[in-house]
Design a protein around this ligand. Structure first.
Ligand code: ZN
Length: 147
């Protein structure tokens, strides 16, 4: 009985694990977007697509080595992007959501480095971070389902 009592918690853990894994394995239809959900996503995608268009303005500032405007542009016109991307990410299917959140994290890490490089007036580093952020934002937008 003492032995049983000592292994009981282990058995419970095993049973729980089995139940959880079986529950997950029950063949559910893969999740898909409903038309209503797609409409919401399209609406959430608008400011993110607009932000992508604003990248060309940022690129101009960078090419002109206009560091003051480069830095204020990231914090100003692109300042709301993080929130907009996270709202959009949360409305995606689980797998896409994970990727979208990862890409968002990367983009803002690039922005932080871009900001620091602009402060140092390091054109090469700024351009590198800008290109990386731009590429990541394209990958992010690729995750958005078509209407
Ligand atoms: Zn990246």
């Amino acid at each position: 009985m003492a032995i049983f009592r000592s292994i009981l918690p282990l058995i419970l853990v095993l049973v729980t694990t089995l139940l959880v894994s079986c529950g997950g394995a029950v063949a559910k239809a893969p999740p898909t977007y409903t038309p209503a959900k797609l409409q919401v996503i399209q609406a959430y995608a608008i400011p993110v697509k607009e932000a992508k268009e604003k990248f060309s303005t940022l690129q101009n500032f960078i090419e002109n080595e206009d560091w003051v405007d480069t830095r204020s542009f990231i914090h100003g016109p692109l300042g709301g992007l993080r929130k907009e991307m996270s709202t959009l990410s949360r409305s995606l299917l689980p797998d896409d959501q994970k990727q979208a959140e990862q890409l968002s994290k990367e983009i803002f890490a690039h922005f932080e480095k871009l900001d620091a490089a602009a402060q140092e007036q390091d054109l090469g580093a700024v351009v590198g971070q800008f290109k990386a952020a731009s590429k990541d934002l394209d990958s992010f937008l690729d995750l958005i389902p078509a209407a």
